[in-house]
Design a protein around this ligand. Structure first.
Ligand SMILES: CC(C)(COP(=O)(O)OP(=O)(O)OC[C@H]1O[C@@H](n2cnc3c(N)ncnc32)[C@H](O)[C@@H]1OP(=O)(O)O)[C@@H](O)C(=O)NCCC(=O)NCCS
Length: 396
């Protein structure tokens, strides 16, 4: 069967709705929503691709989101793959693979250097060179357990108002910049104004003598019975006293919201401020892939060390990344240039795991994701890709 891949246009929005309705279990039939479907141009930052059969029928589609994620203190242009759907009759014949391969080439052409996604079928993406590097995690704690946390002197709390948006943004960005993988929350895909956010969530700002030290966005679920919850969407703190002060605030809900659920980029760090254990409420994996390996290496930030390692990159899906390359790290930057001896052999998945941060070459060796080289090259790669471990708060 001859299949054509092209960007979706306005005439495809009804077919797209129907395909996604079936694939993702939306209940409203097309006839009820057709008049209100938005045009492609209304979705700046989203690039929808479709696969069409010989009759011009849409048989698969997916979106490439123009997003940015922070790695090593720099913002890395990213293709966020979302909404991959294949019509039931066409599944199992390689349509998704074909579409995703095409989208990787297109993402590279538009300047994305890595790609991330949240898989419901990890095997599909793993086969194409993405690998799981992290998870969006919601932790659960009995709210009354937070009552033993005491607010710390030296900071004050107040509700966030619309005027505080730049301050909140800057606190989030300072936090994101220090991590690996966190989303940049600006641009067309993050166009909700603070007023809209404040419609749904209440936000609390913690300030010290020199300015904001953290904030939380949170809401209560209905009622005050045993099932009532405090849902914390963001708990972004730059100091221990800001964290402790916000946890103490959450504790005050113990009588009417017995459970608190907190979304965390780095769950292990929160336990340092807690007197109790956390229990995992949910976890959503995310995967990463290098789209343009040399550009991805140049785009991110690096530790202040000097290292040169010769890599043989194996990447059949993105052949432009493949072959011997020399990784050179120096002065907080790095380059990946064709050439060198290809001493360390690494595939796309291994490279993705290293790029995410906080993984070890020893772990990659155990899964045959890296081989060749020796103790010296392992130590250099471990130091260069040391961390922090990847985190993400925004599902997409
Ligand atoms: C998941 C989906 C997109 C796969 O589309 P497809 O065209 O059938 O996939 P392909 O034929 O290209 O499969 C490629 C590989 O993915 C893996 N794969 C595909 N569907 C899979 C499934 N349901 N479970 C496990 N692995 C699967 C297989 O490894 C397959 O390779 P193989 O056939 O050589 O073993 C399609 O089944 C679908 O639309 N499902 C409903 C919506 C959905 O779950 N989307 C994914 C959102 S992340």
């Amino acid at each position: 069967m001859e299949l054509t891949i092209r960007p979706l246009a306005d005439e495809d929005v009804s077919a797209r709705y129907e395909l996604n309705r079936v694939a993702f279990g939306r209940t409203q039939p097309l006839s009820q929503v057709e008049a209100t479907l938005s045009r492609i141009a209304d979705h700046a930052g989203m690039n929808w691709w479709g696969v069409f059969d010989e009759r011009g029928t849409l048989v698969a589609d997916a979106a490439d989101r123009e997003q940015g994620q922070w790695f090593g203190g720099r913002l890395v242009p990213t293709s966020g793959i979302a909404g991959v759907a294949v019509a039931p009759e066409f599944r199992g014949t390689g349509v998704a693979q074909k579409l995703l391969k095409h989208m990787l080439g297109a993402a590279r052409d538009r300047g994305a250097v890595i790609s991330t996604l949240m898989p419901s079928v990890p095997g599909l993406y793993r086969k194409l060179g993405w690998e799981q590097v992290g998870a969006i995690v919601d932790e659960r704690v009995v709210t009354t357990a937070l009552q033993s946390v005491r607010a710390v002197p030296g900071v004050t709390v107040r509700p966030v108002t619309v005027e505080d948006f730049p301050v909140v943004e800057e606190v989030y960005r300072a936090y994101a910049r220090a991590g690996n993988g966190l989303m940049e929350r600006s641009g067309p895909l993050f166009k909700a104004t603070l007023a809209e956010v404040l419609d749904e969530y209440r936000m609390t700002l913690v300030e010290g003598p020199d300015g904001a030290e953290g904030y939380a966005s949170w809401k209560r679920t209905d009622g005050y019975g045993l099932g009532a919850k405090l849902i914390v969407k963001d708990l972004i703190t730059l100091t221990e006293r800001a964290l402790t002060t916000l946890l103490a605030q959450f504790g005050s809900w113990g009588t009417v919201a017995p459970t608190t659920e907190i979304r965390l980029a780095l769950p292990d760090e929160l336990v340092w401020g807690l007197p109790v254990h956390l229990e995992r409420a949910s976890t959503d994996a995310w995967m990463l892939r290098l789209v343009d390996a040399p550009a991805a290496i140049s785009a991110r930030g690096w530790p202040e060390l000097r290292a040169t390692v010769d890599l043989e990159i194996v990447d059949e899906v993105c052949p432009w990344n493949a072959g011997p390359h020399r990784l050179m790290v120096a002065g907080g930057s790095a380059t990946l240039e064709p050439g060198g001896s290809g001493e360390v052999v690494i595939g796309s998945r291994g490279l993705a795991v290293l790029y995410g941060g906080g993984a070890s070459t020893a772990a990659l060796r155990r899964y045959d994701l890296l081989y060749g080289g020796d103790g010296r090259t392992d130590a250099l790669l471990d130091a260069a890709f040391a961390g922090p471990r990847p985190g993400l708060l925004d599902a997409f």
